[in-house]
Design a protein around this ligand. Sequence first.
Ligand code: PMP
Length: 280
Amino acid sequence: YDNSKCWTYFEGEWRQGNPALMGPWSDASWLGSAIFDGGRAFEDVTPDLDMHCQRCERSALAFGLTPLKAGAIEELIRDGIGKFAKNTPLYLRPMFWAETNFLDPGPVETRYAISVYESAMPAPKGFSAALSSFRRPSYEYAPTDAKAACHYANSGRAVREAQKRGFDNAVLLDPVGKVSEFTTSNLFYAKDGAVHTPIPNGTLLNGITRQRVIKLLRKAGIEVFERVVSWPEVLAADEVFSTGNYGKVIPVTRLETRDLQPGPLFKKARELYWEFAHGG
Ligand code: PMP
């Protein structure tokens, strides 16, 4: 990280750069007892920042932490945005973690940091995706109602497996073998003019961008089906794309042996998102 491009609020003050937040005995550093969220500021807008802050508060509560209220998280993030020149593309990351007592009796000590850093919006050039041999857990196996650091151990090994096979990213199935999501974004496909996406079943993160894109497409008169999706259907799709706060709407250009082109429904979804982001 370039320290001049990052501001972090920790223990009552804004510090430039990537300050140390925890030590070897902080629970989060060895138990994964941390939650976070990720939003974006770009072209001077912050789409759905309120929703990201609300999810951050909910994720912290799901871990038994004592978070700030969503409104207070948003206020701090806006202070952080103010440290950069207008229009700088930024990634916004609030995080809360258990410092002590995560596994022991006694009140969990909650700590938090709000970090804002400069990060260009990725070009929508698309990515390739392999079918992962790893799966998303269900709620019984992991706290899937939280955007938690611990889930990303699985995402990381899925990315590495895919990269070894020459792909950028991976599709993960759920515990019963239906399609769940990509490693860090939600999956959509288009077939015969309609859009399909896996229904939230406690294994995928019901992304804020996902929910927004579904609403926008429906409002534009496009049918969107939230359903149980099987892998062969995705392989036979006309188009496949992802949604997530980082790149918003990005096309898939290769799925295992199948080459794909960014198509009209991907383009529509991306266009509608940009219009929405700018208040349209
Ligand atoms: N799934 C996972 C596992 C993610 O990490 C993300 C990124 N937050 C998403 C989906 C997309 O969610 P959102 O649109 O809220 O960023």
